[in-house]
Design a protein. Structure first.
Length: 516
């Protein structure tokens, strides 16, 4: 199907209860191969080597000026960005990060953040590669004098739809002679980081045990896990773990909790080091970070039905007054963060409002502003891509729903017999994956089209963003296989409601979440 037809293809996302979500589990490579249906999940996903080949093919067939390859220039790899240049002195960041060097390069400054005995990457030559040695891949296209837009896909390896969608949009931009594409390439300077977590997002059933036993340590190529793969992450169990560690002990880091572009905190994951370095040298005005969310709903909560602490002894459960799966199911949740009152804030909030309207018109289901339950101490925002507002960027993007309501225990290291339990969505259902790729294609193309239009007519007020609703709850299932006595009896709705004592994070500066 041609991409221009696919961009405007309507789809209906209905029947999304757990009974409709075919989650595939396998404990060994052989079981995984046996259980994988023809035309299933892996057929729709690109391995790292396939990404390389597809990008090369786009490069060869392009009629537009395009550069593809490694994100960071290292030795003779013909990378797109040179990070061996001085920090921009105008950035409001920690220029004293290398105390013994008053004028560090970007590469040196990134490494200097690892100064607290943590286990993050301290080797300068590794920046631009994954923990397992894969080079991070990128695309540069458009007008070098245009508005700089940096797009990041698949920081979380199990949030796969954005990468496949970005490949299709890139191909369309490279070969189309249409007016919308021409305007995008004339008005924007696009840097696309494609699959920022190439180890955790490697969909190769021949080399991966996709459902390893709880307590195992992943030290080989694996598919569809949230974190990167770094067995040294976090150290041991609690007593000697890293300060402010975010990830899974013995497995890897959560990459989008370490975007400390201000250079005031350790940037431990080598993949996030590359993303921060890229932003510091590229200096985007807009950052779009694309994710896959847990299932959420915009239904009206029945407060009388709420049972405190029903999940994991922490989160309550509840019910909707009038459940309507087709309409209340949340398709898309954009986030929009920038310096309050800045031109970038108006741009990023207006962009979010525009793409919500477009998605709402094309697909069945609801849209709304991003909100998320905080299950631990601290703010999930501290090291997220919202941090790029420190260098004058509007940080946005979106969460499109992921593919299963199953929530499974993270794969963890067992030290002294004590496990750590966390949240990871289950494996994708092939039919839902196909629809989510379509939504991401449509949304990404329209976002670029809108940003190109803003270059000629910049918005002066993003207040429409604040009129969109926040999700009221998330839908989850805790299978007995992973949760034992803490398992749920089918799918449960966890209310996202601060008035009942559930701490949440809300993106954007709106009256219900003012940014100081």
């Amino acid at each position: 199907m041609q991409l221009n037809k696919l961009l405007f293809l309507k789809t209906s996302l209905v029947c999304l209860s757990i009974a409709c979500t075919a989650t595939i589990h396998a404990n060994t490579r052989q079981q995984l191969t046996n259980n994988m249906p023809t035309g299933g999940v892996f057929k729709r996903l690109s391995t790292y080597q396939e990404l390389v080949k597809k990008l090369d093919r786009i490069d060869q067939q392009s009629i537009a000026q395009i550069h593809v390859g490694s994100l960071i220039e290292n030795n003779d790899n013909q990378g797109l960005l040179n990070i061996d240049v001085p920090l921009n002195p105008q950035f409001n960041i920690n220029h004293e990060v290398c105390s013994n060097n008053s004028s560090p390069t970007i590469r040196e400054a990134i490494i200097c953040t690892i100064n607290d005995g943590g286990r993050g990457n301290t080797e300068p030559s590794n920046i631009g590669r994954s923990t397992q040695g894969r080079e991070l891949l990128a695309v540069r296209m458009g007008n070098p004098e245009g508005t700089k837009v940096m797009i990041i896909t698949q920081q979380h390896g199990n949030e796969v739809a954005s990468t496949e969608a970005a490949l299709k949009v890139t191909k369309w931009l490279s070969i189309s002679r249409g007016r919308a594409v021409k305007n995008i390439l004339e008005q924007l300077d696009i840097l696309l980081l494609i699959r920022a977590n190439p180890d955790g997002g490697e969909p190769d059933p021949e080399r991966c045990t996709i459902d390893p036993a709880t307590g195992s340590v992943i030290d080989n190529d694996c598919a569809l896990i949230r974190q990167n793969i770094d067995a040294s992450a976090g150290g041991g169990f609690l007593s000697n773990s890293e300060a402010d560690f975010v990830g899974v002990v013995g497995r890897g880091y959560d990459l989008n909790r370490y975007h400390h572009v201000g250079l005031s905190n350790p940037i431990r994951p080598v993949e996030t080091q590359a993303m921060v370095a890229a932003a510091l040298v590229f200096q985007p005005k807009v950052v779009l970070d694309l994710h896959g969310d847990l299932h959420k709903t915009d239904c009206q909560l029945d407060y009388a039905s709420i049972v405190p602490g029903a999940i994991l002894g922490l989160l309550p459960t509840g019910e909707c007054i009038t459940p309507d799966v087709a309409q209340d199911f949340r398709l898309l949740s954009p986030f929009a963060d920038a310096i309050p009152g800045s031109a970038e804030e108006f741009v990023i909030q207006s962009l979010a409002a525009d793409i919500m309207l477009n998605v709402q018109q094309r697909f069945q289901g609801s849209v709304g502003r991003f909100s998320q339950i905080q299950t631990g101490a601290g703010s999930i925002n501290s090291g997220a891509t919202a941090s790029y507002s420190l260098i004058g960027a509007g940080a946005g993007g979106w969460e499109t729903v992921n593919f299963s309501e199953d929530i499974r225990a993270d794969v963890i290291a067992i030290v002294q017999g004590q496990p750590v339990i966390g949240f990871v969505p289950g494996l994708p259902d092939p039919s839902l994956l196909k629809k989510q790729i379509r939504i991401n294609i449509f949304t990404l193309f329209n976002a670029l089209k809108t940003l190109a239009q803003f270059n000629n007519q910049p918005p002066s007020d993003g207040s429409n963003f604040c009129s969109f609703p926040l999700a009221n709850g998330l839908i989850a299932n805790l299978p007995e296989k992973y949760w034992g006595e803490a398992a749920t009896d089918g799918s449960k709705m966890v209310p996202i409601a601060p008035e009942i004592g559930v701490p949440i994070y809300i993106s954007g500066n709106c009256p219900d979440n003012p940014v100081n």
